[in-house]
Design a protein around this ligand. Structure first.
Ligand code: PBG
Length: 335
């Protein structure tokens, strides 16, 4: 039986996501998939993610290892993948999306509404910060980063999650801050995949807090040459990848990411988007916020054309409507 190498980061979440997606591909192709960990630049740098130069620090090294054939394919969190396509690579599959919502993980089972006046809520995401502040201007946002376990450990009562927070390369840091927040906001998908749903005290509905474009979806990337030169047959690996693609998810995230690309914004921008199929149409809800949450712009549009091209056009159209309303100035995007 043939065997293909799946390049992955060493964090618990990356290993889990790669394991799950790798198993899907192995089953579809009736071949073996072996995980190979690759240490990426994003795992080495420290400091607020929003201040780390450029997007795609996590994806860049994995992409190089696909291109130089150290590995055959990689699984990315779609929301961390730059919207610019990479030369020589193709996102061959986007499997069915996990829950796209953000999740509040608070002490003592509290919801956002129940948090006391002035509560400390940890997030490193300007998008999450802006939307939380729009709902609760009294809340104090604490800039946090790190892997899922490290972030959960910032919540009073959830400190023990920090102990299990080490992936292959992320040994628990001595003296790491724990228990200094009343709550943190994380992607529900990551918590669900890691079996940490118990920590969620409120799923933030998409009509209150819009997720990041692509949140909850995975992107399986391989070399374009796996699809062959013109007239050639796609490889065994390419065919298995295509078999795990999920059309509804691909349409939704294509629209979300087209918006992000047209706004020339990255994963750290205060931009939210949620696409889904509803009554045979692709509906796209979007938001651009001032980082302090004092002003937000929203726009919704839809298309009944269920093609990837139409999904892309929808995202571009919505981005342009937001730009007409002053989105760039509002969010501090540099256009
Ligand atoms: N930026 C970090 C990141 N990138 C992907 C996920 C998992 C969520 C997903 O599947 O999109 C997370 C963690 C988080 O936001 O809580």
């Amino acid at each position: 039986m043939s065997k293909y190498l799946l390049g992955t980061r060493g964090s618990a979440l990356a290993l889990t996501q790669s394991g799950m997606a790798g198993a899907l591909v192995a089953e579809a192709g009736d071949f073996d998939v072996e995980l190979k960990t690759v240490k990426t630049e994003g795992d080495v740098l420290t400091g607020p993610l929003s201040q780390m130069g450029g997007t795609g620090v996590f994806a860049a090294t994995l992409r190089m290892r696909i291109l130089d054939s150290t590995v055959d394919f990689a699984v990315h969190s779609l929301k961390d993948l730059p919207t610019m396509p990479a030369e020589g690579l193709v996102v061959a599959a986007i499997p069915e999306r996990e829950d796209p919502r953000d999740a509040l993980c608070a002490r003592d089972g509290l919801t956002l509404e129940q948090l006391p006046e002035g509560a400390r809520v940890g997030t490193g995401s300007p998008r999450r910060a802006a939307q939380i502040l729009a709902l609760r201007p009294d809340i104090e946002i604490v800039d946090i980063r790190g892997n899922v376990g490290t972030r959960l450990a910032r919540v009073k009562g959830l400190e023990e999650h920090g102990i299990a927070a080490h992936g292959l390369h992320g040994e628990k840091k001595l003296g790491a801050i724990t228990g200094d927040c009343d709550a943190v906001v994380l992607a529900a998908s990551g918590l669900i995949r890691l079996g940490k749903e118990d920590a969620i005290t409120e799923y933030l509905a998409c009509d209150k807090v819009l997720p990041a474009p692509g949140q909850g979806a995975l992107a399986l990337e391989t070399r374009s040459t796996e699809f062959g030169a013109e007239g050639d047959q796609p490889s065994e690996l390419a065919r298995a990848l295509v078999a795990v693609d999920h059309l509804e998810t691909r349409l939704a995230v294509t629209a979300e990411r087209a918006l992000l690309r047209r706004l020339e914004a990255g994963c750290a921008a205060p931009v939210g988007a949620y696409g889904r199929i509803q009554d045979g149409s692709l509906v796209l809800d979007t938001l651009v916020a001032h980082p302090n949450g004092t002003r937000t712009l929203r726009h919704q549009d839809s298309t009944s054309d269920m093609s990837v091209e139409a999904a892309y056009e929808l995202g571009v159209r919505v981005a342009e409507a937001l730009l007409d309303q002053g989105a760039a100035e509002l969010a501090g995007l540099t256009l």
